[in-house]
Design a protein around this ligand. Sequence first.
Ligand code: GLU
Length: 308
Amino acid sequence: MVIDKVRLGAFLEKLAAEIVAREDWGKVADYIPELAKVDPAQFAVSMVLADGTELNAGATDQRFSIQSVSKVFTLASVLGRQGESVWVRVGREPSGDRFDSILLLEQEKGRPRNPFINAGAIVTTDELLAGRTPREALSEILIFLRDAAEDEDIQIDEKVAASEKRTGFRNAALANYLASFGNLKNPPEMTLGTYFHQCAIEMTTLQLARAGRSIAQLPVSARMLLPERARRICSLMMTCGHYDGSGDFAFRVGLPGKSGVGGGILLIAPKRASIALWSPGLNGYGNSQMGTYAAERIARFTGWSVFG
Ligand code: GLU
């Protein structure tokens, strides 16, 4: 189906206006005090199509904390750097548990279910750190994002990183638990500090949609992944990208997506579009409430689905 870009642009504008008028925003993440200060009543969507057309609606120049959306790019960096060896340390199954749960880690002897729950992402960050300093590892993720987005102005918000460090007791527990099973190569505090900084990268929806071109395999992407790698990352986004809400997201939207507790969602229509959504209020799973709603509406409007 050929998409009518003018109609799609008008649809996004209408959708943004409709969402801004609503009141059921969900709750901002308050376990990271710096994120608790963000006004939930905000929405933005940016989309890049296969021919490079960019469509934007809402607060698309507002920077937000990408949080767990960063886990997609850390995984891509790790796979790009050392191939598939990371799968010895982390699985590829949905967890069905909360993003910061420690339950399965005990049962499964310190091998996290997937790279998108916190325990799994701490492992991929630890893998990226092997043989390098935190500064070098973080700069690899930033370089990936800046190259992919063709934008040098992508930074880490130090205040958010420090805020999470002060209150990140659960993540500290996860890192220590991983270390107790021998599944951490670096000191827990070093891996955690790097993980908190990676989560504190801030971007606009337009920057994120542009960076996502690499995952969506758009020919206009400034940085290409191996097609097989992009497909596999997408399959993990589909099955694990929204934590214990992944099944519901797949059911409602039918496209791979990765959420973050800052309210961002990177949504991929493979070979068709890279879409970034942001609305900081979260639903009960810790995923953006209005971002999920908008993703569902966009999928229905475009007819895009990986299920045909
Ligand atoms: N930095 C957050 C944490 O570790 C990321 C969680 C998320 O975005 O889902 O708790």
